[in-house]
Write a protein that binds this ligand. Structure first.
Ligand SMILES: [Zn+2]
Length: 94
C-alpha cells in the first residue's frame, strides 16, 4: 500500500494563541506560547485550575476553572496568600 499526498490550503478560521497575559498583573509573555519561558531551553510554567465533573467509560463531562498567572505573581501573591491560609507548598525536582 502506498499513499500520495499533495499540499492543500487550509482556509479555516481558528483561534490561534498570540500571547498569554497574567490575570493578576496583566503582564504578557510576549509570544504565542502557553508558558512564561524567555529562553527556549527555560521552563517557566504556572497553572491554577480546578476541574470538576464526571468521567464514565463512554463519556467525560467536566468544567474547568482556571487563571493564567505569571511566575512572579505566583511567588509574590499566590504563595503568600495560600500560606497565610495554612497551605504549605511542596517543592520537588521534576
Ligand atoms: Zn503577574
Amino acid at each position: 500500500m502506498s499513499r500520495k499526498y499533495e499540499a492543500k490550503t487550509d482556509n479555516r478560521t481558528y483561534e490561534a494563541l498570540t500571547e498569554m497575559l497574567c490575570d493578576l498583573c496583566g503582564r504578557s509573555n510576549g509570544r504565542p506560547r502557553d508558558n512564561w519561558a524567555i529562553d527556549p531551553y527555560q521552563i517557566q510554567e504556572a497553572e491554577v485550575s480546578l476541574i470538576q465533573g464526571w468521567s464514565y467509560p463512554s463519556s467525560y463531562v467536566a468544567k474547568k476553572w482556571s487563571i493564567d498567572i505569571c511566575p512572579e505573581c505566583f511567588k509574590t501573591k499566590l504563595m503568600p496568600w495560600a500560606e497565610a491560609q495554612g497551605a504549605t507548598f511542596r517543592e520537588v525536582n521534576s
